[in-house]
Design a protein around this ligand. Structure first.
Ligand code: NAP
Length: 232
């Protein structure tokens, strides 16, 4: 059961909101009556997510973090108006982002710079009333010596942790802070149920993110580790 939190007055912005973890967070926030800005790559996928899940207080905004120029991301985000928090869930990883796969290196670079642009635009939108940004990271963000498939992904996630620190430093005067979520594998399929110690439940990840978003802003929460007990 989702704990009860009083919704923030202004929307929470969620990236990667059309499916996966981002959509699960949107569903949980919707149950609290929280207004939201949902960011996804296509209008169709966002509208489908909104209508199928009856996300009544959600507004859809289309941004592709690996294709759109920084100026477009900045404009789309700033047009959202005041926001109370951010959950940056969008991530580019399909097992094809290897160090030798130069075809996607420009996309990867834009994902990097557009995360910076997102945080800058949100810092401006949150000035005055404050709020928390949650950057959804990964356990591989702390390890450079990972398998080739995870190489660039780990660099991106590691950079998100530093970005969170920078936002907190810059935002303190305005009660804007950021938290980095150091996340292990989460799954709830049959294979995961057979090995419960190896995986986190998605519902627990959602619960942790909600608690970050609604914890009072005077408390700094730099990093939260959510790892299965096998990762010691
Ligand atoms: N799953 C895990 O076990 C695990 C473990 C550690 C960390 N994480 C992190 O947790 C977050 C959610 O994971 P998930 O498994 O729920 O992911 P997912 O199902 O793969 O969803 C990723 C989301 O990111 C969006 N996205 C991908 N590239 C994008 C781009 N260039 N611009 C904008 N949006 C883009 C996708 O949109 P489309 O539908 O358009 O592709 C989708 O909404 C990610 O940040 C991931 O790195 C996951």
């Amino acid at each position: 059961m989702t704990p009860q939190y009083a919704p923030h007055p202004d929307p929470i912005l969620i990236t990667g909101a059309n499916r996966g973890l981002g959509l699960s967070i949107a569903k949980a926030l919707s149950m609290l009556g929280q207004s939201m800005v949902l960011i996804g790559r296509t209008k169709e996928s966002l509208q489908k997510a909104i209508s199928e899940n009856e996300l009544l207080r959600a507004k859809a905004v289309v941004c592709d973090f690996s294709k759109d120029p920084a100026s477009e991301i900045d404009r789309h985000v700033r047009e959202c108006g005041p926001i109370s928090g951010v959950i940056h869930c969008a991530s580019m990883f399909g097992g094809s982002l290897t160090q030798s796969n130069l075809a996607e290196i420009d996309d990867w670079g834009r994902l990097f710079s557009n995360s910076l642009v997102l945080s800058k635009a949100c810092l401006i939108l949150m000035k005055g009333h404050g709020g928390r940004m949650v950057f959804v990271g990964s356990v591989v963000g702390g390890v450079g010596r990972v398998s080739a498939d995870y190489g660039p992904y780990s660099v991106y996630k590691g950079a998100l942790r530093l970005l969170a620190e920078g936002v907190t430093k810059e935002g303190l005067g305005n009660r804007v802070t950021a938290s980095y979520l150091n996340l292990g594998s989460f799954r709830e399929d049959e294979a995961a149920l057979e090995k419960p110690a190896s995986f986190i439940k998605e519902s627990d990840v959602v619960g942790a993110i909600l608690s970050l978003i609604y914890t009072q802003l005077d408390i700094r929460i730099d990093q939260v580790d959510l790892l299965p007990t096998t990762e010691i």
